[in-house]
Write a protein that binds this ligand. Structure first.
Ligand code: AGP
Length: 607
């Protein structure tokens, strides 16, 4: 989605801002722009299209040591040059970049138009530029405060003003805003990825905070009354190389191959073999609180929702607590009953997905306890939750989630283990699960090592316009995730079904042109699964079967992909890894931009 970058210092701002914007390209955008403050006053350049297109057309004299830039994901109005940010007031004195949505923009636009202001775009953001320009406060902070007092909605924003050329004023409400401290230079950004090559000393604004940033430092304050909040910067523990694809042809490829290491990272220090349990200090729940849980409700969006379904199955199996997962994007709108003895679990890689964040807020408003499974430390969802489990997958850049998703599954396995061990899960079963979890990273590595063997089958799937992914019980969420990954990056129609449901409708679509990827682990349902494969085969449906060694497919003609066997509860994640590789190689075969799939964004920060 939208991205913000800003710079103040001794260097030319535009090249640094544009370079920062390219680091945010993976988040998804359709137009870009930059504003600089220099000797010639305020200059703005913006247009629909890619950052590199904007770089190519930037005027020679586009100079200044203070700058802000933006990549826009269209919400209010189409992706046009006029709607791109930064937005300026009529006199060209103020420029604003903004992430988020202003809910009362229509009313404010009408009010400004009535007052004789000519609006140059269809956007909500433009009103901010006019409101700042029309404030009679004598400081830029005061002008921004006055403008923010008029708007309702979410924002991370940065403002420059020709009369205050030494500063950028930034503010946050519901959309991330980071200040980076360099050597006699300062950065602002909506995402660490934009500035991590320059500095890892950062301060993250909280909702309701505003900050003045000058080349020599920053001060934070409440944006209602500008009283000081005294925030200081601290060092973040992040390796800048995590934001580089290195020798890999894409971030997704790099991130898939990192899974054995990142899986180890989420398990590290959390397994207690002596007592056959897990230790999750961040949950902030003692055994009594865990025993009081009567139900578990998991909320997430997209792949996080599907892995939530895997997590619910793990919790029911290991802890024998009724558990289910629901799309966070739907949950809040059905006026859910929040129960005091239900443990709510929000799952999110970015920690910024607005639907999940709003679901958490709804739960907490009604007195529910919500814990988070989140990858990005200090993100909005992590901060909103009562406690949680950090996923330690490292930065995930590709839109298609792989390593974070695997760690979500492992986070659920740890949670299920701990919930189970304070209830009826035996120490022997706890130890069995721990041994299985410890084997997993090596087994993931084994599947990834077989990548080359999957390329041809991925290419054949890429030829189909439409395909099915099927699985049962534990395998069904994995099938959903497989279909999700496939459609996200290959743009093929991939639909997931419970294998048991085929006969109830979709079998009508099976033909030689519609392949099926079937998940058939060696478990209590193998026979039933194989029976369904016969039905597909009898209708000449091409089959790719992800299965375990020794599973007898009888007469069924299929391409087999064999994954290592672990404990049955942990099957879903091992079944998922080859599906990532299939989606990846299908998309690559089709020549798609894998890290930036069309129409999609890394974190979905608008409803
Ligand atoms: C995953 O491949 C997708 N890009 C998407 O479904 C994603 O999982 C979803 O938008 C939730 O994101 P989050 O984990 O950052 O909340």
């Amino acid at each position: 989605m939208c991205g913000i970058v800003g710079y103040l210092g001794r260097q030319e701002a535009a090249p640094l801002v544009l370079e920062g914007l390219t680091r945010l390209e993976h988040r998804g955008y359709d137009s870009a722009g930059v504003a600089v403050l220099g000797r010639g006053g305020l200059k703005v350049a913006k247009q629909a299209g890619r950052v590199r297109d904007l770089t190519d057309v930037l005027p020679k004299r586009f100079t200044g040591t203070v700058g802000i830039g933006h990549t826009r994901w269209a919400t209010h109005g189409p992706a046009t040059d006029a709607n791109a940010h930064p937005h300026a007031d009529e006199s060209g004195t103020v420029a604003v970049v903004h992430n988020g949505i202003l809910d009362n923009a229509a009313g404010l636009r009408a009010e400004l138009a009535d007052a004789g202001v000519t609006l140059a775009s269809d956007t909500d953001t433009e009103v901010l530029a006019h409101l700042v320009a029309r404030s009679d406060a004598d400081t830029l902070e005061g002008k921004v405060r006055d403008a923010l007092a008029r708007v309702v909605g979410t924002y991370g924003l940065a403002v420059v003003h020709a009369d205050f050329p030494d500063r950028i004023v930034v503010a946050r409400n519901g959309s991330p805003l980071i200040i980076g401290v360099g050597d006699k230079e300062m950065f602002v950004a909506s995402d660490l990825a934009a500035i991590v090559r320059h500095t890892t000393t950062v301060a993250m604004l909280d909702d309701g905070e505003l900050a003045t940033v000058t080349a020599s430092g920053f001060t934070t304050m409440r944006h209602t009354d500008l009283s000081a909040t005294g925030k200081s910067a601290s060092q973040v523990d992040v390796d800048a190389s995590a934001y580089d694809a290195g020798d890999h042809e894409s971030f997704m490829h790099k991130e898939m191959l990192e899974q054995p290491q990142t899986a180890r990272a989420v398990l590290r220090g959390r397994l207690d073999d002596r007592f056959g349990t897990a230790h999750l200090g961040g949950l902030d729940m003692d055994a009594r609180a865990m025993r009081a849980v009567r139900r578990v409700k998991i909320l997430g969006c997209g792949s996080a929702y599907y892995v939530g379904q895997m997590g619910a199955a793990l919790i029911e199996e290991l802890a024998r607590i009724p558990a289910d997962a629901e799309a966070a994007s739907e949950f809040r709108y059905r006026d859910p009953v929040i129960e005091p003895d239900t443990l709510y679990v929000a799952v999110s890689q970015s920690g910024e997905t607005i639907d999940t964040l709003l679901a958490v807020q709804e739960i907490r408003r009604k007195g529910g306890r919500c814990v988070g499974l989140v990858n990005v430390v200090g993100s909005a969802i992590a901060r909103e939750c009562d406690g949680g489990i950090y996923l330690h997958a490292g930065p995930e850049v590709a839109v298609a989630s792989t390593k974070a998703l695997t760690n979500m599954f492992l986070g659920f396995a740890l949670l299920a283990l701990q919930l189970g061990r304070v209830r009826d899960l035996s120490i022997a079963d706890g130890k069995r699960l721990i041994a299985g979890l410890e084997r997993l990273p090596e087994q993931i590595a084994e599947i990834l090592a077989g990548e080359a063997d999957l390329v041809e089958v991925a290419h054949s799937l890429a030829e189909a316009e439409s395909l099915f992914f099927i699985g049962r019980v534990r395998g069904y969420p994995a099938a959903r995730e497989g279909a999700q990954k496939f459609k996200e990056i290959s743009y093929r129609h991939a639909e997931a079904y419970p294998t048991s449901e085929l006969k109830h409708g979709p079998l009508a679509l099976i033909s030689p042109d519609v392949p099926t990827v079937a998940l058939v682990p060696a478990d209590e349902l193998t026979e039933r699964n194989v029976a369904a494969l016969h039905e597909i085969s009898a209708r000449s449906g091409p089959l790719v079967v992800v299965t375990h060694e020794g599973v007898d497919l009888g007469e069924v003609r299929a391409r087999r992909i064999v994954v290592p066997k672990n404990e049955p509860e942990l099957d879903p994640i091992l079944l998922t890894i080859p599906l990532q590789l299939l989606a990846y190689h299908a998309a690559q075969h089709l020549g798609h931009d894998i890290d930036k799939p069309r129409n999609l964004a890394k974190s979905v920060t608008v409803e």
